[in-house]
Design a protein around this ligand. Structure first.
Ligand code: CP
Ligand code: NVA
Length: 300
């Protein structure tokens, strides 16, 4: 594994080994044991979209690994003025030992990987959010003690989170049921990939997906870049909320996960978010540990 562009590029074994390292780094950090595995290295953190968790967890993670980060927003760099990705890639590749990028098009991330000559980590595109899903899997394993054999139900938009959860869940032996309104299903290529696994089901009925679930998970109805569709999406997604009625159909002790930021009263009821706040904020914390593991695996 050279890059983390999307989870389906990795094997289940590579994902599990990364989660094992994430657990180890987390335990060391909690005990105050330093682990400067990337001492002397530098990573560029490139953002063309807003971020709180990704930006902070990468920056702090880089520091804890003894490395140095430079954060570039597209608005404040030549990227926002139209410098081609292949040129930016060849420049950054000469300064940095790795690049994390959050942007719109998956093809831009692939191009960065092709031209930079250094490991590239996808910090979210319109198609994928692999770092988030590694943190989700780490959290589920912490709470449930395993991944294989558990059932995850994703309720909502067939977006970047859905795409990455499908790959992450199936590669680690989980079952995943995805409930999306017609017209908002995951990308055809992702459905084609998922169809190769026996553990995948797609429905437009949240209740069918949630039945017998061990983990209920959702994401916003309008992602970054879809702000102008927000009102239409609110109508299309009515009924696709994780609330206590839906949770009642899941297995006892069902976890709730949300990548955040959350819209209470839309994709998740406020009382459900608060009742499951420990799991959800552990999930946010695990971005730090999971991404440190990714950086060590790719840049160490
Ligand atoms: N979940 C997530 O990626 O959060 P940010 O957009 O704040 O980075
Ligand atoms: N699907 C959301 C995830 C945010 C972390 C988005 O792309 O905006």
């Amino acid at each position: 594994m050279k890059h983390l562009l999307k989870l389906s590029d990795w094997t289940g074994e590579e994902i599990i080994a990364t989660l094992d390292l994430a657990d180890k780094l987390k335990a060391e950090q909690k005990q105050g044991i330093p682990h400067p595995a990337l001492k002397g290295k530098s990573i560029a953190l490139v953002f063309s979209k807003a971020s709180t968790r990704t930006r902070c967890s990468f920056d702090v993670g880089v520091y804890q690994l003894g490395a140095h980060s430079v954060t570039l927003s597209s608005a404040e760099s030549q990227i926002g003025r139209g410098e081609p990705i292949e040129d930016t890639a060849r420049v950054l590749g000469r300064y940095f030992d790795g690049i994390m990028i959050r942007t719109y098009k998956q093809s831009d991330v692939e191009e960065l990987a092709k031209y930079s000559g250094v490991p590239v980590i996808n910090g979210l595109t319109d198609d994928a959010h692999p770092c988030q899903v590694l943190a989700d899997l780490q959290t589920i394993r912490e709470y449930k003690g395993k991944l294989a054999g558990l059932k995850m139900a994703y309720i909502g938009d067939g977006n970047n989170m859905a795409n990455s959860l499908i790959a992450g869940a199936l590669l680690t032996g989980m079952q995943i049921s995805v409930a999306c309104p017609v017209g908002y299903q995951p990308a055809p290529a992702v459905l084609e990939y998922a169809a190769k696994f026996s553990g995948f089901t797609l429905t437009d009925d949240p209740k069918t997906a949630a039945a017998g679930a061990d983990v209920l998970i959702t994401d916003v109805w309008a992602s970054m870049g879809q702000e102008q569709e927000a009102e239409a999406r609110k109508k299309a997604f009515a009924g696709y909320q994780i609330n206590n009625d839906l949770l009642a159909l899941a297995n006892p002790g069902c976890m709730v996960q949300h990548c955040l930021p959350a819209h209470r009263g839309e994709e998740i009821a406020a009382d459900v978010l608060e009742a499951h706040a420990n799991e959800i904020f552990d999930e946010a914390e695990n971005r730090l540990h999971a991404q440190k593991a990714v950086m060590v695996k790719l840049m160490g």
